[in-house]
Write a protein that binds this ligand. Structure first.
Ligand code: ADP
Length: 262
């Protein structure tokens, strides 16, 4: 029983051992609970698109006289639910990969400026679709060691969120500067913002402020947990500030010199 507590009094050494044992069982119980929650969440998230596919295919099967355009319409919905399933599974695999203790980062000396410029270039078509202007402010050229592919992934999630959660005609601004021993990448948007009560949860796996809206934007609720993991692996940190209806700012800090993996 993981809840079991050991009570030992009198002998110091024994009582220390007892405390350590109790601490360990509490930790184990927590890990076990997190594992159960994760499996429950994954099953739920996979079941949602599956149920939609089942419903769509069943109703197609039961229509005797459907015309081609009805078939097409239903198949289009099935197709996008399959895409969604794929995206969830891809993100889950990525998270599992990032969680491995043995994971080695492929550190390369990189000009962060160019990395961000390239990213912005690749995300511009997405921003253009919504007439969102996306710009980059850089005060200095900064070179640090990082895993390019992983940091690109982390930043893409956050910048594309800025585009996703900002209405037509809005702005996304990325800035790069150094502060003491860190570099800071600031990603700012003037979009819908995040309610105060949701802020502590947005890095949790599968957490979405508005599940219904997230479905229409294609969100899986995994993007920010992936970004946080990657930044953590680089011994960096991520911080968010937001005001509902005004916009959101993410601050990513990465150490200029890495101690491990350098
Ligand atoms: P998703 O795939 O749903 O975007 P994320 O993990 O990337 O998942 O983000 C979690 C949730 O945080 C989103 O569903 C959204 O509600 C909120 N969020 C993230 N970034 C922003 C932003 N820039 N503006 C407003 N809300 C945001």
């Amino acid at each position: 029983n993981l809840e079991q507590k050991v009570e030992i009094t009198g002998n110091d050494e024994l009582s220390n051992l007892g405390t350590a044992f109790n601490l360990m069982t509490t930790k184990l119980a927590l890990v076990e609970q997190q594992r159960k929650d994760f499996v429950a969440n994954v099953s739920h998230e996979l079941k949602t698109p599956l149920s939609a596919i089942k419903l769509l295919s069943e109703s197609l099967l039961h229509q005797d006289q459907a015309d081609v355009s009805t078939y097409r319409e239903f198949l289009k919905d099935i197709d996008s639910e399959v895409d969604r399933l794929n995206k969830i599974i891809e993100n889950l695999l990525r998270l599992v990969d990032l969680g491995k203790n043995s994971l080695e980062l492929d550190y390369q000396v990189t000009y962060v400026n160019y990395l961000i410029e390239n990213l912005i270039r690749s995300l511009k078509p997405l921003a253009d679709k919504k007439s969102i202007s996306i710009s980059f402010i850089e005060n200095e050229k900064i070179q640090i060691k990082l895993d390019q592919i992983k940091i690109q992934q982390a930043l893409t999630n956050i910048i594309s969120n800025g585009i996703k959660y900002t209405p037509e005609g809005g702005k996304v601004l990325v800035s790069l500067y150094s502060e003491y021993e860190d570099i800071v990448i600031k990603i700012e948007d003037n979009g819908i913002g995040i309610p105060k009560e949701s802020l502590p949860h947005i890095f949790e796996r599968f957490y979405r402020v508005d599940k219904a809206r997230a479905r229409s934007t294609g969100g899986t609720g995994l993007g920010l947990s992936i970004s946080q993991q990657i930044i953590g692996l680089h011994q960096g940190s991520i911080h968010v500030e937001s005001e509902l209806g005004k916009g959101t700012v993410f601050y990513i800090r990465l150490p200029k010199s890495v101690v491990r993996g350098s």
